[in-house]
Design a protein. Structure first.
Length: 273
């Protein structure tokens, strides 16, 4: 890590990568295009604070192989892991052989993390476990996504999600524990139904998840400044969060304690003993 000219100022110190807490994953190309030149600007300025880069919506499947490989290689140059995002939901609809080829190709091209989500589809837990184990055996880090909202994904409206109904948080926690026991690298917690597209935040769900699983093995989707500010305020700088790449500076300012909205500025204190 290159020395910062202002390191004489007291801030909440970040551990060095690879970190086990305080992990920040940023969204790659989806809402906006991201090529190697744009990503290089992001990583040259804020790379020390970024732990992983996540593709969204299967965006990598639309790219030329050369461009995709350049993005992955650039991330690795900055010690940033690269995640597929939850695209396997689409692949699962095309059968077992497509899933096997997908996992092999992800490994071959250089992905580190393969997210196993089921926002739009329903997967029996035992089948999910088989995927976790298979991904791990292929040398990738399996990252299942769990949540409480049926039909989550694609910015579905709160009204539509209410019709879909919710899963029991106890079931989500039980599944997460089984995934961790099966070798899951981390559990991604889907924001829809908790802090996204809801009329009232389900902070009780977050408390139950962290109370049961701790913070080291879970990452919360928090692609909204009000949401990630609340997570850091409530659970400290070491909470693992997923945000949009455009929000990395704002999030890190809050994590380090140097800046932020009124409800967090100067109010978060750490003690390392």
């Amino acid at each position: 890590m290159e020395k910062n000219p202002f390191d004489f100022l007291r801030v909440h110190k970040r551990g060095k990568k690879p970190r086990t807490t305080g992990i920040t994953e940023i969204r790659g190309p989806y809402y906006t295009v991201m090529g190697k030149n744009y990503l290089e600007d992001v990583l040259e300025t804020m790379g020390d604070h970024i732990d992983s880069l996540k593709f969204a919506g299967g965006s990598f499947s639309l790219m030329p192989r050369k461009a995709l490989k350049e993005i992955i290689d650039l991330a690795h140059k900055h010690n940033v892991l690269v995640s597929t995002g939850g695209f396997i939901e689409y692949v699962l609809t095309q059968g077992d052989s497509a899933v096997d080829k997908y996992i092999d190709e992800c490994k071959k091209i250089g992905f580190d993390i393969l997210e196993i989500s089921s926002g739009f589809i329903t997967i029996p837990t035992d089948d999910w476990l088989r995927l976790v184990e298979k991904v791990g055996k292929k040398g990738l880090k399996p990252k299942p996504e769990v949540g409480i909202q049926f039909g989550a994904g694609g910015s579905t409206s709160a009204e539509e999600l209410e019709v879909q109904g919710e899963r029991d948080v106890g079931l989500a926690i039980q599944q997460a524990k089984r995934f961790i026991d099966a070798g899951a690298y981390m559990i991604m917690i889907e924001s829809e139904g908790i802090t996204e597209n809801v009329k009232k935040w389900r902070t009780d769900v977050v408390a139950k998840i962290i109370g049961s699983l701790g913070i080291e093995k879970v990452m919360f989707e928090a692609a909204d400044p009000e949401v990630f500010s609340w997570y850091v305020k409530s659970y400290g700088p070491d909470v693992n969060l997923f945000v949009d790449h455009s929000q990395i500076v704002q999030l890190e300012a809050i994590r380090s304690g140097i800046w932020g909205p009124n409800q967090v500025w100067g109010r978060i204190v750490t003690y390392k003993g």
